[in-house]
Unconditional design. Sequence first.
Length: 414
Amino acid sequence: MCAALQNTFIVAVSRLPRWRGQGLNPCIYVVRVNSLMNKEWQQRIIEQAGGEADVTVDDAGNISFGGKLSPAGMAIEPLADTGLPVLVDLSRLAVVDIVDKSAAETKEVGAKEFFQNQVCNDLSELGADAVQLNGYCSPKGRLLALFTVFAVEGGLRVLLPDDVAPAFIKRLQMFVLRANVKVELRTDLVCNALVVDASSGVDAIELPDAFPALPDAPLTLSRGKDEKDEDVQIYRWHDDNIGQAKARYVCIGSADALIPLWQSESFSKAGWSYWRWGDINAGIPNVFESSADQFIPQMLNMQLINGLSFKKGCYPGQEIVARMQYLGKLKKHMKRLHQAGVTNAPEPATTLTTDANNNAGQVVDAVVDEHGLNLLAVVNIDTPVSELILDGNVVTEAVLPYDLAPESSPKDEA
């Protein structure tokens, strides 16, 4: 088995200097270490795959099946045309709970109120059986993290890429102060995904008895209990409607609850790059460590995919984001692009250029398949795609599943 496995984090308590007369306040410092839990999880996956020599894990913890393409290059291996649904390892997603520390008193700020004041989408519109795309901005209005959030007992559960989780947790802890809030990295939970034919494959999929039913609609959630009475959640994410429509589901639970999926012969197997490929097709951005603090939400089309609210109250960076909506003119937005003949994906935040401009855009996410490079990139609105160059080669525009035409602004509707 490969020794290079997914990174995760341990948490230690330290102190901040005296600030605004509040005295010494606790702060969480997060250190990245190899996770025994994820090492064991990926070992179990490899064992269930029959110990195949072509199952590989790269230095970042990305697992790949088939061995034809390197996970380090964020490439997806061609899946056999079996018609089977695809089971995807998402152990590169960190699970963070933001919950009440104890039964809140009337005047105490609880987890939901605390987090509502930190994020750019409106948590008051999050239903009990729904999930939401949301973001966390710097004071300059640039996204430090993008995540999926849904309600759990006593608070909220957040899923986000593991490389941004340490800074996300640390920064939230800086603002907890005396709120009745606990921010906890759930190293006991694992994420997997299911990708199925949206028209015919959903009803035929076989799930363990303890699993809840697959949700019917995108951004909805179902809940169940495993044999140890521990929670198992499944939510339907944005479908991939490029080509044959595919419904996409995320499953969250303990390793023992999810491993029966890998014991089944009813699925093809894939790694995280396959999931990111679906996000690119769906026009759904991600923020990674290399691209954190680079983009305001509108640059990533967040207002077009229900990831941004202009009606909620204040949050870090809200003034910058609102000013762009009400007073400014958006100069950059995100497009889906393609580059033929490419075998290695660029890192997020890699620069696109033109002959006249050395900073005409930035890569948001990129994955290679057998046809070449597929990517989302933030580009200058006034720059024709035909002029864009990435790593010395031209790119072409690919279709997005939503309209990039500017919506009427709130000031126009007034």
